[in-house]
Design a protein around this ligand. Structure first.
Ligand code: WQD
Length: 340
């Protein structure tokens, strides 16, 4: 039975992917160092799936520990690698922390598996910067990263491309996420931002529950329909299902190349003000917000062309913005009664 290693498995996207792998009949082993997640997620996953997930606490920057772990688990056929630092603002303040962690962990994993593995890499639409045309396709130019975080995603893709060129037995799929939001329908797992949320949707739900003050809309003078910036928001459960599809594609060996890239979005753009409106309409909650200045480093408009993902992965996002908002709100209400 194929066993899939999920690094960063107690994180936001990792935990949702663990559920979808379980639903697809895979054996799963989760790996995390809890640097940006809670061990309580493990009991939540047991409640959702009915069985305690196999788990190992491990720092992927510890080369010796990674090699020992992989040697003890010859049954692992695939890896979905989420474990990385991902706070854009923090990466600007602490670049070396990001370069060390995000590259040491990736390189240790590839070396430990001696490249005989199907690897799904968690990449990001940030590699596109402000695309020259929209919707953005996978062959669009990669733009100079706006942050060390974004740079780690671009350089990691280069590391994987160069390694795949000389390692035919290594298969890699880089998945470029647009904006993952929402939570599992059980409201038992979801996004767990540490401190003040930097991302829009967790700030909205924390503002609505009374943990934060009014929302600041970062700019309404963009060249977009309502002046606020546009993004391609995708439900985290849809995103998780795409990771299962990527593993299946590599197992079926249909790809011509051992390195492939896919956009994971809905193909639709929504503005900040539209998200605020969708939240209010789908939850019945009234939001307080004010227009503020643009945020440094933000792009004006980005949404994905998802044709290649539909054809190559046999996958497309099914959950709409209203379900994204409803599930995010249900999770926030759960957290209020069950603080992590
Ligand atoms: C979305 C929009 C903000 C907060 C980031 C990472 C990206 C990916 C997703 C990992 C923007 C606006 C936000 C607020 C606001 N992460 N906003 N008020 O910046 O598109 O992408 O998260 O892969 O790599 O860069 O997401 O949620 O921060 O912002 O108006 O309080 O909401 O300006 O237009 P972003 P975000």
């Amino acid at each position: 039975m194929a066993k899939i290693l999920v690094t960063g498995g107690t994180g936001f996207i990792g935990s949702h992917t663990a559920v979808e792998l379980f639903n697809a009949g895979y054996e799963v082993i989760l790996l995390d160092d809890f640097s940006n997640s809670s061990s309580k997620i493990l009991t939540q996953l047991e409640t959702i799936t009915g069985q305690a997930p196999e788990f190992v606490e491990l720092d992927l920057c510890d080369e010796k520990a990674v090699f020992e772990f992989v040697a003890q688990h010859p049954e692992i056929t695939g890896v979905i690698h989420f474990a990385a630092f991902k706070a854009v603002g923090e990466s600007v303040q602490q670049p070396l922390k990001y370069y060390r962690n995000n590259f040491y962990s990736l390189i240790n994993l590839i070396n430990a598996f001696k490249s005989k593995v199907n690897l799904v890499f968690s990449s990001s639409c940030t590699v596109y910067g402000q695309p020259d045309s929209l919707p953005v396709t996978e062959d669009a130019a990669v733009k100079k990263a706006e942050s060390p975080y974004g740079n780690t995603k671009q350089i990691a893709e280069e590391i994987l491309i160069d390694t795949c060129k000389v390692t035919p037995e290594l298969k890699v799929t880089s998945l470029r996420y647009f904006n993952p939001v929402g939570a599992h329908s059980s409201a038992l797992i979801g996004e767990l931002p540490i401190g003040v949320p930097q991302n829009l949707v967790p700030f909205i739900t924390q503002s609505a529950i009374g943990k934060r003050g009014p929302i600041t809309v970062f700019g309404n003078d963009y060249n977009t329909p309502d002046g606020s910036a546009v993004r391609d928001y995708i439900h985290v459960v849809d995103l998780a299902k795409a990771h299962v599809a990527a593993i299946k594609r590599m197992e079926s060996a249909v790809a011509e190349s051992n390195y492939e890239v896919f956009n994971l979005g809905t193909g639709k753009g929504s503005s900040v003000l539209q998200i605020i409106q969708a939240f209010e309409e789908s939850t019945g909650e009234k939001l307080n917000y004010a227009i503020g200045p643009r945020r440094e480093g933000d792009v004006e408009q980005v949404y994905g062309d998802v044709t290649k993902s539909a054809e190559g992965l046999g996958w497309k996002a099914e959950l709409d913005v209203n379900e994204m908002m409803r599930s995010a709100w249900n999770w926030e209400k759960y957290l209020k009664d069950n603080p992590f």
